[in-house]
Write a protein that binds this ligand. Structure first.
Ligand SMILES: Cc1cc2nc3c(=O)[nH]c(=O)nc-3n(C[C@H](O)[C@H](O)[C@H](O)COP(=O)(O)OP(=O)(O)OC[C@H]3O[C@@H](n4cnc5c(N)ncnc54)[C@H](O)[C@@H]3O)c2cc1C
Length: 364
């Protein structure tokens, strides 16, 4: 059901979703499929503009979403490098990742969401909202709704405007896209590199139409992507290749926020801190819990079901072990221990396999 125009400049709908990313589109699509009138607002001028993610999908996400084959490239193996570039190959029978052409994937997801009946307005920024008796009015837009979802990323303005919690533990990620080459192989290459990527890792992904080279580091640390690219020159020979695009963004790794909802407002995806604290993967979680939120909002508005926030909180995994692993990785010199042999390759392989191929909560 599409939102109704109650005058030239006014729209009334059941649900407004701020953010047409993975979380927002999943929520909007599901809520529209359930018969709600849904409006999505995004400040970008079009879907797929200014991508800020590597866009790798875990197997479960790819299977669930039925992404068209031309938008993905299968990756069966992970190669993990120590700081001196010794490597171990990890592989798990019948597990894989999908690199994506993320800009086109976002256009595909936006089209699917529109097909389900939601309206999406690009080029419209959320600027706060005020409460009426049983609706919310969005400032400066003439839009009223019964329920509002903030799917507006790690630094959510919806969270700020409703006094909800904000993400405080953040990694900063950056990525350069290079012309592809045969030498990149078909593995996801991950580098333990405390010099250039303190607190996280560097990576090389043979993507759909480009090779993506990136790293993430603690927000306050100095991340050096130029130094990282130079340090892997002997493996990939990147200096002779054209850089096609540069991008970056913040990744919340502090876990799901304590207060991510209140009456008639709910945060999902990065806005709510729904990212694996260890691997920093958030796409599958954004999509999965966005969809769950869409269902729960329909139940709440149409059938008097519980607040969607309580439904999402109950379903969200606790991830205590991943938080512990994140804590350890932040504090223990894993890369140095591997290099000096304190951490044996065999033990490291087993730990790394748990990180990359944990099928129950597999999030990259
Ligand atoms: C460098 C990098 C690499 C990553 N690689 C991976 C990976 O390979 N695999 C993986 O699973 N995860 C990865 N992540 C994490 C993943 O990208 C996020 O968890 C995921 O994109 C979260 O989706 P989302 O919909 O919650 O938020 P977002 O994708 O951030 O979408 C938020 C949307 O809200 C819009 N918006 C923001 N503010 C407003 C406003 N005021 N008004 C209107 N619209 C607004 C934005 O324009 C945006 O479209 C990576 C992150 C980074 C930074």
């Amino acid at each position: 059901m599409t939102p109704t125009e109650a005058g030239t400049n006014s729209t009334t709908c059941d649900l407004v979703v701020v953010g047409a990313g993975f979380a927002g589109l999943a929520c909007a699509r599901r809520a529209a499929e359930r018969g709600l009138s849904v409006l999505v607002l995004d400040r970008k001028s079009e879907p797929g503009e200014r991508i800020h993610t590597t866009g790798i999908l875990v197997k479960e996400a790819w299977e669930e979403w039925a992404v068209p084959a031309e938008l993905v490239r299968r990756i069966d193996r992970v190669r993990v490098y120590s700081p001196s570039h010794q490597s171990v190959d990890l592989r798990h029978e019948d597990y894989f990742f999908m690199a994506t052409d993320t800009a086109r994937l976002m256009r595909h997801l936006a089209a699917e969401t529109r097909r389900a009946g939601a309206e999406i307005r690009f080029g419209e920024r959320y600027r706060g909202a005020s409460r009426n008796s049983d609706t919310l009015s969005l400032n400066g837009s003439g839009v009223r709704c019964r329920f509002l979802v903030g799917a507006d990323g790690a630094q959510s303005e919806v969270a700020a405007s409703f006094g909800l919690d904000r993400n405080l533990r953040l990694l900063k990620g950056m990525e350069w896209e290079f012309e592809p080459s045969e030498v990149d192989g078909d593995s996801l290459h991950c580098f333990l590199d405390p010099k250039h990527a303190p607190g996280y890792i560097g990576w090389v992904v043979p993507g759909v139409r480009a090779t993506q080279v990136g790293l993430a580091a603690h927000r306050d640390a100095r991340a050096d992507i130029g130094g990282f690219v130079a340090s892997i020159e002997s493996i990939f020979g990147l200096s002779g290749r054209r850089v096609l695009e540069k991008r970056g963004g913040l990744i919340p790794v502090g876990g799901v926020l304590r207060n991510f909802f209140r009456d008639r407002v709910l945060l999902v995806g990065d806005a709510a801190g729904m990212v694996s604290p260890l691997t920093a993967g958030g796409i599958h979680k954004a999509y999965r819990f966005g969809k769950l939120a869409g269902d729960a909002i329909a139940d709440h508005l149409e059938r008097g079901g519980p607040h969607p926030g309580t439904v999402v909180r109950r379903a969200y995994p606790r991830l205590a072990l991943k938080h512990l692993a994140r804590w350890s990785y932040d504090r223990l010199p894993v890369a140095r221990a591997l290099e000096t042999g304190i951490l044996t390759r065999d033990l490291f392989r087993r730990l790394a396999e748990r990180v990359f191929f944990d099928r129950l909560n597999g999030q990259l």
